[in-house]
Design a protein around this ligand. Structure first.
Ligand code: SAH
Ligand code: SF4
Ligand code: F3S
Length: 462
């Protein structure tokens, strides 16, 4: 192995979705493999890598400020090289390429979403004084999963099964910055899952912009439900996946929420809008009725399933009536969680050319109304778990109190519980404990650790 970066430190600032977070783990894996040491802050770092997101405007603006602020940041004591190397990758790197070095001349490296593997080479050239290093490719050479990975937690792994997206929802920039959908072979995915199980990983989350269309481009067209079966067969304790597109969620996948041992009873199924007119303008290719039918089937297969969603408020041309359709859908479904976004115009997408005269205040008022409802519904859904005992995968100590452990229930709720005398929350990270839920709040459950034989298994609900 080379030791190109020995004595050097790096930090990665990650924005955006899990795909980016996972790419950051691959970058960390590569740089560590070349001898560099990962640190937490830019102050301590010889190399700073930004993994960027451009799904909404706010993220763009933030990046500029953050990169600019590094300009005058003093080097760490004992810095390995005479200046700090700054790289921008991810979705803004892909979208803007060379333009970024014009706006931010002190940037050293720009790379895109298709060539993570080139980063060390580009860094090396920048360190060697060869000037701006810009490399953005139109499509992927290899799956980034061929690269090593340094995972954030030893007990949890993200496992990309597809990259890219073919859906072209009319508001969304992702297909332009992540390229066309490509599936990894079933054998590769299962082999990686097996290796994680052997390494003691407790939870695998399959990743893709639309995992439900997995396999269509592969020889023999394995389906997503085949893949779920195969991964369940590796013996993984907990299996999750994100994201699902309602138009492609099949009965086979729905059934597995009731039958597969490892598949956790939680599904993120973004609806985006409850109005058929807006869904059509968004190019989502399903109706409100179809979506509600899916929800009914899911609840039949797994009565206690936790549902979450993404919703965009203020899509161009959204009327009060359209918004009310969305509001009523949220009331009806009773989500555990909804991520709400105000529509953000993205240049180059079809929706960017739709005229809209809805005043900003009207959109904000709708957004606030929806957020209130989402909170009420989240609180309500959690009430049904009061008094139950749930199995919690511990993540560590809660932020506020080192004597309180924090982890996730099967339904992916955050759970807090006081650790027993003589135990430390940090030491329990990555293990399962049973918690009796004493209190159900809007965004977490609080309870007491109980013995394993108090019947936590029944809490899976399905
Ligand atoms: N592939 C996933 C995630 C896409 S990005 C999916 O299809 O669900 C995550 C969320 O960002 C989307 O679900 C959508 O709600 C939101 N989003 C995407 N583009 C947006 C835009 N232009 N303005 C506001 N929200 C947007
Ligand atoms: Fe964007 Fe739609 Fe693809 Fe999701 S499915 S990434 S919202 S285009
Ligand atoms: Fe953002 Fe790129 Fe993900 S735009 S949401 S980081 S795919």
């Amino acid at each position: 192995m080379h030791h190109t970066f020995s004595d050097m430190t790096f930090c990665i600032r990650t924005f955006g979705c899990q795909m980016n977070k996972h790419d950051s783990e691959r970058i960390a894996g590569m740089l560590e493999g070349l001898g560099a040491l990962q640190v937490e802050t830019s102050e301590e770092a010889d190399m700073v890598v930004f993994m960027t997101c451009c799904v909404r405007e706010a993220a763009d603006v933030r990046l500029m400020g953050q990169v600019a602020s590094l300009k005058n940041l003093p080097l760490r004591e004992g810095a390995a090289i005479g200046r700090r190397i700054i790289a921008v990758g991810g979705c803004i790197g892909q979208r803007d390429g060379e333009k970024l070095t014009r706006e931010l001349p002190h940037l050293d490296v720009v790379f895109g979403t298709h060539n993570l593997g080139s980063l060390p080479k580009l860094m090396e050239r920048a360190i060697g004084g060869e000037g701006h290093q810009i490399e953005v490719l139109d499509s992927a050479e290899t799956f980034p999963t061929d690269l090593p990975t340094a995972r954030e937690h030893s007990w949890a792994a993200w496992l990309p099964i597809t990259i890219g997206c073919n859906n072209f929802c009319s508001y969304c920039i992702v297909p332009y910055v992540r390229g066309r959908e490509k599936s990894r072979s079933l054998e590769d995915v299962v082999a990686e899952a097996k290796a994680y199980v052997d390494a003691g990983v407790k939870e695998i989350t399959l990743l893709g912009q639309n995992v439900n269309s997995y396999g269509r481009d592969l020889y023999g067209a394995p389906r997503f439900d085949d893949l779920l079966d195969a991964i369940d067969g590796t013996g993984i304790a907990r299996l999750r996946f994100a994201t699902s597109h309602p138009k492609d969620l099949t009965d086979g996948v729905i059934e597995r929420f009731g039958t597969l041992r490892s598949l956790m009873p939680a599904l993120h199924l973004p609806v985006q809008s409850g109005s058929d007119r807006i869904l059509e303008a968004m190019n989502r290719r399903y109706t409100r009725d179809h979506y509600l039918e899916l929800i009914a089937k899911l609840r039949k297969a797994c009565p206690d399933i936790a549902l979450s969603s993404d919703i965009i408020v203020g899509f161009p041309g959204e009327t009060e009536k359209d918004f009310e359709d969305t509001y009523r859908l949220v009331e009806e479904v009773g989500y555990n969680q909804v991520f709400t976004f105000i529509y953000s115009k993205r240049e180059g997408t079809p929706a960017a050319s739709i005229e809209d005269s809805t005043p900003r205040e009207v959109i904000q008022e709708r957004f606030d109304r929806l957020v209130d409802l989402v909170q009420d519904k989240a609180w309500q859904s959690n009430q049904s778990d009061k008094g139950k005992t749930v199995e919690v995968l511990v993540e560590g100590a809660s932020k506020r109190d080192s004597g309180i452990l924090a982890g996730k229930s099967p339904k992916n709720q955050t759970v807090h519980a006081k650790v027993s005398a003589g135990q430390s929350a940090e030491d329990l990270a990555g293990s399962f404990v049973n918690v009796r839920v004493d209190e159900a709040k809007t965004w977490y459950l609080a309870g007491t650790v109980v013995d394993a034989d108090e019947g936590a298994r029944g809490s899976d609900g399905c």
